[in-house]
Design a protein around this ligand. Structure first.
Ligand code: B12
Ligand code: SF4
Length: 499
């Protein structure tokens, strides 16, 4: 079967710092190809819509799958689906991915016939049975599939994440993937899932708090096959299990692989086993993203981070000692007033680390989606990108964005201060020499993208598709939030870490 897989465009406010390959979609493409289908992929993060139009006209797909990890992309995906259906009426159109798994029925309804099915959960185990069912009939019975007829059986989980390999070779414009100065940059997955349960996050609810590890041999073999000199490790929390991090490191050393890495982890994981991160720093680990989220104990408790402010500070010191550059994330509460913005600005200026701000957003699939008592002020999917306020702000909304942008700008200036500017110039020179311009563009784009009037104006865009209202749920039994629950695996059951 001819299958076209599409990733929607990048979200405006994240694009300046990074743009990375859609690894999940590439793995789905890999599984479909392994099952004998002819697969093409268009990533609208790095390709224009004309490329998609040309692909649809020449390839005439029999099935079109759109990846929806991000809520904010849902309206765009519905429009794309409708357009493709008009051009190729017989094409079976389906959505899949993280975010759409939590609002599958509603999105199907909103698409008004343009989408035939939404796949909940992991795509690899289901893509082959789904495509078989498209050909033979009986789509309703495929695990994880939601159609107009309702929900099919529970989604399946991969037993081992060692395969299928992502179909990286199907991606055009790979040189456009980057994160900061790691330009160009590929992505890899060493583990899947997260055993923690932060209240604002849906990573743990999607995977039902399961946690799977790639075998060190498979991880290193995949790494060796990556052409890019830089690699982003997509794991929610890297190196939770020190023996796993060490085993992959040993394989990487044995094979003599040299790359530069960027990963995400938690402060307590770093503090418990700094030696693993030290070993990876010797292998090329340059950047680490730490979701600190709040600078005080009350905020950390509210988000159920299970970390103290002291641990966060000690983690920063540890990373500095190891020589890894840290990017911190802090969550901006829409309830903040000028004083609270001033306090975090002071903190952000006092530490040498890169500080990012995201706005507290109740997402479907998170606990706060069901428990957050504040009313949603908008249900426009596009504003659920953690750069807009979707619950009431204490400051007038315009003032809130002024404070937010002012805080981001002060910090941006800090990073573009003299010392950094010289460092950046060196990196720029090196990258430009190799024809890599993503990092250069990022440095000049900040003021154009981050602009309070523009953010405020986003709230006035006409809305065609609205997010469903949250249902108040007693999350005492948190399995009600899960997409994947224990049991429904492809092969043997997945390994779980203690809760
Ligand atoms: C790596 C990552 C990124 C990367 C890469 C993103 C990319 N281009 O794909 C970067 C760093 C760029 C990124 C950025 C952002 N991210 Co992000 N990201 C993740 C993370 C940690 C892992 C995703 C991943 O690669 N997993 C591994 C692959 C193999 O799995 P996967 O992508 O989920 O794909 C599987 C399934 O979803 C499904 N699937 C996926 N696509 C399709 C398509 C079809 C047709 C089918 C059938 C199935 C299917 O099958 C795949 C294989 O099992 C997730 C958290 C998580 N654990 O999911 C957050 C997450 C997806 N990100 C999130 C957010 C908020 C963001 C940002 C908005 C943050 C910001 N401050 O700007 C930006 C927006 C980026 C954009 N679109 O422009 C949220 C999503 C919130 C939401 N509900 O919309 C998540 C859930 C994190 C969280 N804890 O809340 N992100
Ligand atoms: S925020 Fe990080 S540690 Fe917390 S549940 Fe999500 S992925 Fe896990």
């Amino acid at each position: 079967m001819r299958v076209l897989l599409v990733h929607p465009s990048a979200l405006m406010y994240s694009e300046i710092f990074l743009r990375l390959e859609p690894l999940g979609l590439e793995r789905v493409a890999g599984a479909a190809r392994d099952a004998g289908h002819t697969v093409r992929v268009v990533d609208l993060q790095v390709a224009g819509e004309d490329r998609l139009r040309r692909e649809v006209m020449s390839f005439r797909p029999q099935a079109l799958g759109i990846s929806l990890n991000y809520l904010a992309n849902i309206p765009e995906a519905i429009e794309l689906a409708a357009r493709v259906k008009r051009v190729v009426p017989g094409c079976f159109v389906f959505f899949g991915g993280h975010s759409v798994s939590f609002v599958a029925e509603e999105v199907l309804q909103q698409a008004d016939g343009a989408v035939d099915a939404v796949v909940r959960g992991e795509g690899e185990p289901v893509i082959a049975p789904l495509l078989d069912a498209v050909r033979d009939g009986g789509v309703d019975g495929v695990p994880g599939v939601v159609t107009a007829a309702g929900r099919g059986p529970a989604p399946l989980m991969l037993h081992s994440i060692d395969s299928p390999l992502p179909a990286r070779d199907l991606m055009r414009n790979r040189r456009r993937y980057f994160i900061g100065e790691l330009d160009p940059c590929a992505s890899i997955e060493f583990t899947r899932g997260c055993p923690w349960d932060c209240s604002f996050c849906s990573a743990w609810t999607f995977y039902g708090r399961s946690y799977r590890k790639a075998s060190p041999e498979a991880a290193a073999a995949e790494l060796a096959g990556i052409r890019e000199p830089n690699v982003f490790i997509v794991d929610d929390v890297a190196f939770i299990r020190p023996e796993h991090g060490n085993a992959i490191a040993a394989e990487v050393e044995r094979r003599g692989i040299r790359k530069r890495y960027y990963l995400e982890t938690r402060s307590d994981v770093l503090l418990r086993h700094p030696e693993v991160f030290e070993r990876w720093a010797r292998l090329g680990l340059r950047y680490m993203f730490l979701g600190m989220e709040a600078i005080d104990a009350a905020g950390l408790d509210l988000y159920r981070k299970r970390i103290s402010p002291d641990e966060n500070i000690r983690a920063l010191e540890t990373a500095r000692k190891i020589g890894i550059t840290v990017a911190i994330n802090l969550i901006v509460d829409p309830a903040w007033d000028e004083e609270q913005f001033r306090v975090v600005r002071e903190f952000a200026l006092a530490v040498p680390e890169i500080v990012h701000f995201t706005v507290m957003t109740p997402y479907p699939g998170t606990e706060i989606w069901h428990t957050e008592s504040r009313r949603l002020t908008t249900r426009d999917y596009r504003l659920f990108d953690i750069q807009h306020a979707v619950v009431p702000t204490t400051l007038p909304l315009g003032r809130f964005y002024e404070e937010l942008v002012r805080t981001q700008a002060v910090i941006n200036r800090k990073h573009l201060g003299l010392r950094t500017a010289f460092g950046a110039a060196r990196v720029l020179g090196r990258n430009l020499l190799h024809g890599q311009t993503n990092f250069a563009r990022m440095l000049w784009k900040f003021n154009k993208v981050y602009n309070p009037e523009r953010q405020l104006a986003d709230h006035r865009m006409p809305v065609h598709h609205e997010l469903p209202l949250p249902k108040r749920l007693d999350v005492g039994d948190r399995r009600q939030l899960y997409v994947h629950t224990r049991g429904a695996t492809q092969g043997a059951p997945s390994r779980r870490v203690a809760e």
